[in-house]
Ligand binder design. Sequence first.
Ligand SMILES: NC(=O)c1ccc[n+]([C@@H]2O[C@H](COP(=O)([O-])OP(=O)(O)OC[C@H]3O[C@@H](n4cnc5c(N)ncnc54)[C@H](O)[C@@H]3O)[C@@H](O)[C@H]2O)c1
Length: 273
Amino acid sequence: MGNSLVARKILITGAAGEIGSVLRKGFAGRFDLLRLTDIKPMGGARPGEEVCEANILDQGAMITVMKDIDCVVHLAGIPRENSWEQILPMNVIGCTNVFEAARAAGVKRVVFASSNHAIGFYHRDEPIDTNVMVRPDCRYGVSKAYGEAIGRLYADKHGLSVSCLRIGSFRLKPEDERQLMTWISHQDTVHLFERCIVYPDYHFVIVYGVSNNDQNLWSNSKVNWLGYRPKDNAEDYVAEIIEKGEAEDPVAKAFHGGSFCSAEFDGDLERIE
Ligand SMILES: NC(=O)c1ccc[n+]([C@@H]2O[C@H](COP(=O)([O-])OP(=O)(O)OC[C@H]3O[C@@H](n4cnc5c(N)ncnc54)[C@H](O)[C@@H]3O)[C@@H](O)[C@H]2O)c1
């Protein structure tokens, strides 16, 4: 374990957001330092925290806030489908700034919030694992595939330890039929990020952010060593979802990415192998 890491000082980008707020609460008292950054207000610092407004579009600011940090958790950006005008600066340039700042500041590890939409165009009759090629289902998904690629580059070329979390549907509880497959609960999310932060030594890893759902289609068997053992199961909410009775359209129903695949779809369903 030549590059063994003891992660004590953690920085979160996008800390004011939905996942960031849950991590903040879940990580309270867990690390020597939690440095929280966002462009939105985050409230006052609690014990063990530092709060700094910082924009991921400003690489200088990113290098400054990463001083003395062991591990960056990169959440900031556009969290769903949007125009190229929005996606490119935030999720491509901003993401590049974060990896480059981590390298420049001597950070050892980046935990990157990727998305299941990086692989959304796999057919649902095909369960997949962490070795599959990216297969994005929207512009947002392409930007996450980019984040995984730059993560791989910075691991191989610069020796950064990188994990990419292909997060499913982060919600309090599953809200529709598809989320019976893709849901990740709050407590499982905290546990997943924690494992990726504290695991002593890895070079580059992709892991699915999904709960222990009966209908899960994404296998983490190749990254079992990380110790991610999700507890919650979307099936506990199946009755509520059946009651809603919302059916997916044929394109959405065919693929892992659901409505992200059918939005703007003018392709040929028959030709998608
Ligand atoms: N929520 C999900 O189900 C889900 C699923 C897959 C992936 N993800 C990914 O996880 C990450 C967090 O998602 P979320 O649901 O918490 O999103 P969110 O929108 O609630 O949080 C994102 C945060 O990033 C901040 N931000 C935006 N632009 C910024 C900038 N230029 N500089 C600094 N901060 C900026 C926002 O102010 C916001 O607080 C995103 O990268 C998203 O793509 C989320």
